[in-house]
Design a binder for this molecule. Structure first.
Ligand code: HEC
Length: 123
């Protein structure tokens, strides 16, 4: 039995350390799809069709490539580590924690793909 426990804790150790340096976003399961997250938490600024809303100073999300969207989302979620100034999204970065607590977290790649596939006018 003792051996068994040791073996189990070794397995646990390997599993834990294996995931240790990955950002949390890669191992969590998301409660909502990017579409749901977008409609509930993004569309009131960026518009239901990603057309953007002038009164919220939110840009359209229809012209960016998947890569550009991904980079912007990375910035938003990681507090401006990238090169965008992301001034308005400072607020979003702040809110992101609260949103994540409510289950409105999302995978950056999945969200970028969703935005691009749904809203992009560039083919
Ligand atoms: C409070 C209004 C508001 C909400 C809510 C909001 N955004 Fe934004 N978003 C903005 C503004 C303003 C900008 C432009 C300034 C900036 O980049 O920080 C922007 C910029 C962006 C950009 C970069 C666009 C570009 O051309 O660089 C992306 C991508 C984006 N938002 C995605 C999202 C997603 C996904 C959500 C929901 C999880 C969201 N936004 C929620 C206001 C908002």
């Amino acid at each position: 039995m003792k051996k068994m426990n040791l073996a189990l804790s070794l397995v646990a150790l390997v599993v834990l350390s294996g995931c240790g340096d990955k950002p949390k976003s890669e191992i969590v399961k998301y409660k909502y799809t990017p579409a749901q997250v977008y409609q509930d938490t993004c569309s009131h600024c960026h518009g239901l069709k990603g057309e953007g809303l002038a009164e919220k100073k939110a840009p359209a999300l229809t012209k960016q490539s998947v890569q550009e969207l991904e980079m912007s989302l990375f910035d938003i979620k990681n507090g401006g580590l990238g090169q965008s100034t992301a001034s308005e999204h400072d607020v979003m970065e702040h809110n992101m924690k609260k949103l994540a607590e409510k289950g409105y977290d999302y995978d950056i790649k999945m969200m970028a793909n969703y935005l691009h596939n749904t809203f992009s006018v560039a083919k």
